[in-house]
Design a protein around this ligand. Structure first.
Ligand code: SF4
Length: 500
């Protein structure tokens, strides 16, 4: 496994083509760039913790593919317990960084492609799974960061890919040993800090949409790839502030990835034209990443709850009953997200490929809670913090030779000094309305699919007919539907047998 120093050096060695605010950022400048460096530090924690005594059990796992322990972010969920450990690892990293540490998308994509390629090969006689296992060994041996790339631009969403081909990543040329792809992927978390991109189709496809049914891996610096860095609220503060950043140490990152005639060797292609399998790949990836949010967001939530409790102490109101009640409410909302993450992990099933898959319905319910609870937690934190959250002067003012001391006098509360208060308020500010709110709020809403995407899958997976049959039986409406109850009981028995 890589050390942090080796990871940083490996980033420096890539020849990526990156633009930020209209300027090209050369590879040598990426590690020290004020906007990018906090996101690299957040991701690097996944390497640092993996090498720390006492953390190996959580951060690493034995791989049957290379017969060595690997970083858990490159691991296939080979045992049911791997899913639970994943959630716990994400909570730890969420607590440590207070933001998105970016490495989970690649882990979830690895597992979804692993499961799906096995099933495609079994049904279609292809060799994608064999290829993919070779690729997986490379990822595990090199301890790589993968960017899992799914979201296409989609353009006019009323129109299918075949009606607006340039809005979806697609194959534009098939060569004997490679394919050439064009298009773009949006919202790519951590891609600038990644070694490779694992691309998947962004949606279900019709039989005539074979060119869009493509999954493959490419280095992030492959010829034809351009990265365009996304902006975040208040990101200007990264350039010339310290305390006013709120979380100067860590940040997250998204970029748009442009693919302009990128050639992919066939050895790195894991789906090519089998449209019917796009849905399974999308569903499996989405479920794994919706599970992930039951780990990272409660970890971030722990930080926000701590900051809210601390500002209450600074304001001298920590024992006020309404403040205690609000903090309890924040904890309840936070633990609900985590409880759902644990539930969908423990209710896992074995896939035909021999790995473990989260309970899809419970994973979608997890993510639905995550689309809501951080917003209410942010509202409660703002309520507890008071209006100074958005009226506090800059750190330069608190140090001003003329009026700085006076300002500090008026900004001192019941606990600590004025700078203590400033630091805590800025942390709450960044998590609720500032730069890292992109991770705690908007990413909670739209990451791993927007709320409606989960509701569509919940509607499919909830099996309402089964529930109607239960109601009919108790209401004395005995008919053919009651047979469904027995089927449900059979299903439960099978699931329980599997777990044993
Ligand atoms: Fe990981 Fe959470 Fe960021 Fe997704 S949003 S990459 S699960 S930290």
């Amino acid at each position: 496994m890589k050390t942090v120093a080796e990871y940083l050096e490996s980033l420096r060695r890539r020849n990526i083509r990156l633009f930020l605010r209209g300027e090209q950022i050369l590879p040598a400048a990426i590690l020290d760039h004020p906007l990018i460096a906090p996101s690299i530090r957040a991701l690097a924690e996944s390497y640092r913790l993996a090498s720390q005594p006492g953390w190996q059990e959580l951060m690493t796992a034995p791989s049957s593919f290379i017969a060595e322990r690997v970083n858990r972010f490159t691991h296939i969920f080979e045992q049911p317990d791997d899913l639970l450990k994943k959630i716990k690892m994400q909570r730890v990293l969420g607590r440590l960084t207070g933001t998105c540490f970016q490495r989970c998308v690649g882990m979830d994509a690895l597992n979804a492609v692993y499961n799906t390629t096995y099933e495609i090969d079994r049904a279609e006689g292809t060799i994608y799974h064999t290829r993919f296992k070779e690729y997986l060994r490379h990822v595990q041996r090199e301890d790589l960061v993968l960017c899992g790339a799914m979201t296409d631009p989609k353009g006019d969403r009323r129109r299918a890919p075949s009606e607006q081909p340039d809005m979806y990543l697609r194959v534009v040329e098939r060569r004997p040993d490679s394919v050439v792809v064009c298009g773009a992927k949006l919202h790519q978390t951590g891609v600038v800090n990644s070694h490779e991109i694992l691309v998947m189709p962004g949606r279900s496809l019709r039989p005539e949409e074979a060119d869009f049914a493509v999954a493959f891996a490419v280095p992030v610096d492959a010829p034809g790839i351009t990265l365009v860095y996304g902006r975040k609220p208040n990101d200007d503060r990264r350039y010339d502030c310290h305390i006013d950043q709120g979380n100067p140490q860590y940040g997250n990152q998204e970029a748009i990835v442009l693919f302009d005639n990128v050639e992919v060797p066939m050895q790195q292609v894991f789906l090519l034209g089998e449209t019917a399998w796009a849905t399974l790949l999308v569903d499996d990836f989405a479920a794994y990443h919706r599970q992930s949010y039951g780990g990272c967001k409660p970890g971030n939530g722990d930080v926000l709850i701590g900051a809210a409790a601390l500002i209450a102490r600074i304001n001298g109101v920590e024992n006020a009953s309404h403040i205690r009640e609000k903090l309890v409410e924040m904890v309840q909302l936070n633990e609900t997200m985590h409880a759902c993450g644990i539930a969908c992990s423990t209710q896992c099933v074995r896939t035909p490929a021999g790995a473990y898959r989260v309970d899809w319905l419970l994973a979608n319910v997890t993510k639905q809670n995550v689309t809501r609870n951080p917003y209410e937690m942010a509202r409660l934190a703002e309520d507890i913090a008071g209006g100074l959250l958005v009226t506090l002067p800059a750190e330069e003012d608190l140090r001003h030779p003329d009026y700085g001391t006076t300002l500090q006098h008026y900004l001192t509360g019941a606990y600590g000094d004025a700078e203590t208060r400033q630091r805590v308020l800025r942390l709450i500010e960044t998590m609720t309305i500032g730069e890292t709110a992109a991770a705690f709020r908007t990413e909670s809403m739209h990451g791993a699919g927007s709320p409606q995407a989960q509701r569509v899958r919940i509607a499919v997976q909830a099996d309402l007919e089964d529930k109607i049959a239960l109601a009919k039986r108790l209401a004395g409406l005995v008919d053919a539907d009651t047979a469904r109850i027995e089927q449900a009981e059979d299903h439960l028995a099978r699931v329980n047998a599997l777990k044993k």
